[in-house]
Design a protein around this ligand. Structure first.
Ligand SMILES: Nc1ncnc2c1ncn2[C@@H]1O[C@H](COP(=O)(O)OP(=O)(O)OP(=O)(O)O)[C@@H](O)[C@H]1O
Length: 753
């Protein structure tokens, strides 16, 4: 039967106009767009029509032929590695060949993969540098082949299939087990292994915290089995008379675990654990008890006597208001290093000494850890992560937290300038509601602090009008951080206020004694050496590490510097790979490097400085804290806290699933299961805010891009001689010296001046 189904749609007008066959298609779906590109870039093609031997070329080739020069090339050549299991490759043979002949033909035993192994066997250089870029995709349903692919992607310089299956000198029976032993597959009992590794270190208090971290963050199955196996290790440090029964000891452990769980709004009853038998029910809510039990350090009490004139005056004004039970909103404004934190600590110590409850908060985790009992404002007051103009905090009027807020004499919020206006508005609305007083913040004494010269909140596509509004201003003027170098302190103020003379496009001259000249990439090594001199002699020196860091604007440069430094750092390397949620190709997910997430490939060495990502245990000071790596095992990282109130404490960290937040701009939510740490030889300038870094290096491969960044970077230092700056694009034609850009929104500063 003849019908018109064989007729290709065509446009007679175009056919006549151009005297050739033209296929007109309307592209209305993504598939047809791809189809169209295939045609445009298909390259030369040929077709034998009945009478004509026709040939056509694509547009790029036509250009190439007309202009006669190379218009594109790919270097190095990208080839996809073909993958097959041992002796499972495809073989081509002639129909007249016998099986024996085929089997003895050496050429047929060679494949791209076997030759890749051969090259690695024969060439040591290749073993170091040769990495697999592209490899054919294999579905997890293909079993062993899938695990072989994972091994090929992670093991550098493999010399044979057997070599891939050998881990730590032991030949594993399958690729799957080899991948598991390499830490590339999430073991079914990784949580148990983690607790097992931790229990061998015999630190019961750290083990208890680890157990709670696992309960809260890792969603373990079989909690009761884990409890049965590990509770004896968690009570090793309890001292009890031998005639007391086991129940009493177990009960104490349950109580201690419950105390740790409460801060995460969880309870021992939420888990499949034995119930506490003799729970003493306190009339006072736990969170109020916790606040009242915060220790007061002698150092902070002494600080009251050591306050400088500005600090003293601010201290007296605030204490006076508190004593008279007046309510006021203060804003402590001072450039970096003028002792804002010092003042808060003195205030906290004094008020707590008088038996008052003062809630200490800060916008970032790292600033919160510096304050005794400090928490991030968001976690303390349950402020939504992305508040809008009508948000409120999720605190119910009857909750214990509401009672705590009602009882609090004052609230301190450091780095308030870094928070969004909507966060304060949400807090204001909530306080008015739970305190039942229609005054700003329900009539509470609020002590905000910060510095408008420093980095403002990161608001995607934000405008200057999104900035936060200050309250009544108490000024601190004397830079205490660099009090021994007045010249440096004056220079910092001029940079912060945008008063340092500029050349051209807001470029300021960097003082000569701070400059490390840029000659080529090797200058980075000299720069690192100036900040971390004789690194290899200070392997276990916590104070050496905590006093030093290199800071730079972007996460990419932080990663590059950390990689450089970990390679220089002596010791055996431990590499841990993350498990990423697989919506798209694992290679793509693994290649994603996001500020708040640990890297897919985490390389650590014993005694290297690391930084905690996320707020794992804010009360213990574990949020954005700097740590010293004490060793990493397959399922556990052992570390020592370097800074803040829990300095010198040991902490065990399990692999935790961490999620990306909306702000990073990925079109999907990535969950990465990895140890929640990153190397911290280098930090971003934003992360360094609030810290004193006596030996600081500022690396500027590009000039800074946002308000206050240069100022924050420079003001981490204590003197010109111990602050080093490396600027890559620092020369200006016709000008002597090294220059870098200083971005200052003067209209923001008007608020504080
Ligand atoms: N009155 C003081 N006496 C002695 N040392 C002080 C005094 N005030 C502050 N300092 C010291 O000066 C340094 C900087 O102080 P602090 O960190 O409190 O400043 P800051 O204003 O909070 O800085 P930033 O804005 O950068 O976070 C600290 O080492 C602190 O101990």
């Amino acid at each position: 039967m003849v019908d018109n189904s064989w007729v290709i749609p065509y446009n007679p007008w175009l056919l006549l106009r151009y005297d050739c066959h033209i296929n007109v298609e309307i592209c209305a779906s993504i598939k047809s767009v791809k189809y169209l590109y295939k045609y445009v870039y298909k390259g030369p093609d040929r077709v034998a029509l009945e009478f004509v031997d026709a040939r056509w070329v694509c547009a790029p080739e036509a250009l190439w032929r007309i202009f006669k020069f190379v218009i594109n090339r790919i270097y190095p050549t990208v080839e996809r590695l073909q993958i097959h299991l041992p002796n499972m490759h495809q073989v081509r043979f002639q129909s007249d060949q016998t099986i024996t002949n085929i089997l003895i033909d050496e050429r047929l035993n060679k494949t791209m993969l076997t030759e890749f192994f051969t090259l690695n066997r024969n060439d040591t250089e290749a073993r170091r540098y040769l990495v697999i870029g592209r490899i054919y995709t294999v579905s997890p349903a293909e079993g062993e082949k899938f695990y072989l692919r994972i091994l090929l992607n992670h093991v550098r310089g493999a010399t044979s299939f057997l070599n891939l299956m050998t881990v730590g000198g032991i030949l594993q029976p399958t690729f799957k087990e080899a991948a598991e032993q390499q830490g590339l597959l999430e073991g079914d009992d990784s949580i148990r292994q983690c607790l097992l590794e931790a229990s061998t270190i015999r630190m019961p208090s750290a083990l208890r915290r680890l157990f709670v971290t696992i309960l809260v963050y890792c969603e373990p199955v079989g909690v009761r089995t884990l409890w049965d196996e590990f509770y004896p290790c968690m009570i090793e440090d309890y001292v009890f008379p031998s005639n007391l029964g086991c129940n009493v000891v177990v009960n104490r452990l349950l109580r201690d675990l419950n105390t740790l769980l409460v801060q995460f709004n969880k309870n021992i009853k939420d888990f499949d654990l034995p119930q506490m038998t003799t729970e003493v029910v306190s009339a006072m809510p736990r969170c109020i008890e916790d606040e009242l039990s915060i220790g007061i350090s002698q150092e902070d009490l002494l600080a009251i006597e050591r306050l400088n004139d500005d600090q003293k005056s601010a201290f007296n004004i605030i204490m006076d208001t508190i004593e008279r039970c007046q309510n006021s909103i203060f804003f402590v404004d001072g450039p970096g290093g003028t002792g804002k934190t010092y003042l808060y600590r003195a205030l906290l110590a004094n008020m707590r000494r008088l038996g008052h409850i003062v809630l200490a908060t800060a916008t970032s985790g790292i600033a919160a850890t510096i304050l005794p009992g400090g928490r991030t404002a968001h976690s303390r007051f349950k402020i939504p992560l992305s508040p809008d103009s009508s948000s409120t905090c999720s605190i119910s009027k009857q909750s214990d937290l509401a009672k705590l807020i009602q009882k609090a004499k004052a609230i301190i919020w450091d780095e308030a300038t870094m928070a969004h206006r909507h966060a304060f508005e949400a807090l204001d609305r909530t306080f008015r509601d739970i305190i039942d007083v229609d005054l700003p913040f329900g009539g509470k004494t609020m002590i905000f602090g910060g510095d408008f010269r420093q980095v403002l909140p990161v608001i995607p596509k934000g405008t200057k009008s999104n900035r936060s509004e200050p309250g009544v201003i108490l000024k601190l003027r004397q830079n205490m951080r660099s009090r021994n170098d007045q010249q440096f302190s004056q220079f910092l103020l001029r940079v912060g206020d945008g008063e340092e003379p500029v050349v051209g496009d807001d470029m300021i001259r960097v003082p000569e004694c701070m400059v490390i000249p840029w000659e080529n990439e090797l200058s980075i090594n000299e720069f690192i050496y100036q900040v971390f001199p004789n690194l290899e002699d200070h392997i276990n020196d916590a104070s050496y590490m905590v006093e030093r860091a290199v800071i730079t604007p972007t996460n990419e440069d932080v990663d590059m510097l950390n990689e450089k430094m970990i390679n220089m750092f002596p010791g055996e390397e431990e590499t841990m790979y993350s498990f990423d949620s697989e919506f798209v190709s694992p290679e793509f997910l693994n290649s994603i490097c996001i500020g708040g997430l640990p890297p897919h490939k985490l390389t650590l060495k014993r005694s290297a400085p690391i930084m905690l990502l996320g707020n794992i245990d804010p009360k213990f000071g574990l949020c954005g804290t700097r740590l010293l790596c004490g060793g990493s095992y397959q399922n556990l990282t052992d570390a020592e806290i370097l800074t803040a109130q829990s300095a010198r404490s040991r902490v065990f960290l399990p692999c935790i699933p961490l999620k990306t937040i909306e702000i990073v701009g990925l079109p999907f939510e990535l969950t990465r299961k990895q140890f929640p740490v990153k190397l911290s030889f280098a930090l971003t300038i934003n992360k360094s805010q609030g810290q004193t870094i006596p030996h600081v290096g500022i690396f500027l491969p590009d000039h800074v891009f946002s308000h206050g960044q240069l100022y924050v970077g420079l003001s981490r230092g204590v003197s010109k001689s111990t602050t080093k700056v490396l600027v890559k694009k620092g020369s200006i034609t016709g000008q002597e010296g090294v220059f870098t850009r200083n971005v200052v929104y003067k209209e923001v500063l008007l608020h504080s001046n």
